[in-house]
Design a protein around this ligand. Structure first.
Ligand code: COI
Length: 350
């Protein structure tokens, strides 16, 4: 693979203790082009701006998909990834749905591993640290016909990360029944860039009212919980966890799948079924709603202290020992190579 290195690294300019999520990038990036019906060999080049035609499809019609996964470094200095094959398969699925030619599994892994090895100093050991890896594909045909792009660009950029929500221990969320994140038959179950753009306006309304995220409800009735911002969502009612089933409106989150597997392994009762808003309100009022947490790659497990519905706020009655902490410990233990990996989720970059 062709590699063009930076003349001098920016790493010494970075305050790794103070990293707002997604704002600092490593020295290099991967780029591969789809031309004449084929993906080119990937290249590694210095991270930086690149040229794109003002008529590129992605700028007009949003033909873009992405992934988010994390790399870690253990005490022996090994570079680790968490379930990278699941991320690769989901990128391929997202690409197909957006009429983008998927990159092959080989191209994905080869270029990702080479980039991580080159920028390995940016992966800081320790449980609080990770390197957030962002592969993405855009359609960049210079053509404003509303038709699929014929040429595409695949890139991987990497951003050293600490916590997603600026050090907030627990977040507060608002249930949204005025807007919809996704509808049946749409693209809510894949990582299409536009899914996130469409959330910004309603989410900002919640942020202005002092909340950090929204909980989305089903587009037909707005009675059922779907997911929360960039996270899938899990509730604990009594001793049982409940989480909505994956559908064509809900992202098949890799952290969500991991939580379900760990719950089953540890004998924690878990029900995967539609969750009605009325049910969690009732749980908050009668004390049986004990935990609410979001799960996702960026946040891992993010406790939610309170949710607002219409004009009232409702709390979960968090016990001292929480399932959220169990999941966080198991997942981060596997990710950082501090614990056994009975599920085969850890991947060592050699
Ligand atoms: C992730 O958890 O990887 C996400 O997709 C969140 C991202 C939009 C910041």
């Amino acid at each position: 693979m062709r590699v063009t290195r930076v003349n001098s690294s920016r790493i010494n300019e970075i305050d790794f203790e103070n990293l707002p999520f997604g704002t600092v990038f490593t020295d290099h990036m991967v780029i591969a082009r789809f031309r004449d019906n084929n993906w080119s060999e990937p290249e590694i080049i210095p991270y930086g701006d690149f040229n794109i035609s003002p008529s590129a499809s992605v700028l007009h019609y949003g033909q873009a998909v992405f992934e988010g996964l994390k790399a870690y470094k253990d005490e022996q200095g090994q570079i680790l990834l968490f379930r990278p094959m699941d991320h690769c398969l989901r990128l391929q699925k997202s690409a197909l749905r957006l009429n983008i030619p998927p990159v092959s599994t080989e191209l994905f892994f080869k270029s990702l591993e080479q980039l991580l090895k080159l920028d390995h100093q940016w992966i800081i050991p320790g449980k609080e640290n990770s390197l957030y890896v962002r592969p993405f594909i855009i359609g960049d045909s210079p053509n404003i016909q509303a038709s699929p792009s014929k040429i595409h660009t695949f890139m991987i950029i990497c951003s050293p990360a600490r916590s997603y929500f600026d050090g907030n221990e627990q977040i507060r969320v608002m249930i949204n029944t005025d807007h919809s994140r996704a509808a049946s038959g749409g693209v809510g179950n894949v990582k299409a860039a536009g899914n996130y753009a469409a959330q910004f306006y309603p989410t900002n309304i919640a942020i202005e009212k002092g909340y950090q995220q929204l909980i989305w409800t089903d587009a037909n009735t707005h009675h059922y919980i779907e997911e929360s911002g960039t996270m899938n969502i899990v509730f604990r009612i009594g001793e049982t966890l409940v989480t909505p089933p994956i559908s064509d409106r809900i992202l098949d989150g890799i952290t969500r799948k991991s939580v379900i597997t760990i719950a089953k392994d540890q004998g924690i009762p878990i029900e995967i079924r539609p969750v009605e808003i009325s049910e969690i309100i009732e749980g908050s009022l009668n004390g049986s709603l004990k935990e609410i947490f979001g799960v996702g790659t960026a946040v891992v497990v993010c406790p939610i202290s309170e949710f607002r519905y219409e004009n009232s706020s409702y709390k979960a009655h968090w016990p001292r020992e929480t399932y959220a902490q169990v999941f966080k410990n198991v997942i981060t233990g596997i990710q950082h190579n501090l614990a056994k990996d009975p599920f085969g989720w850890r991947y060592i970059v050699n």
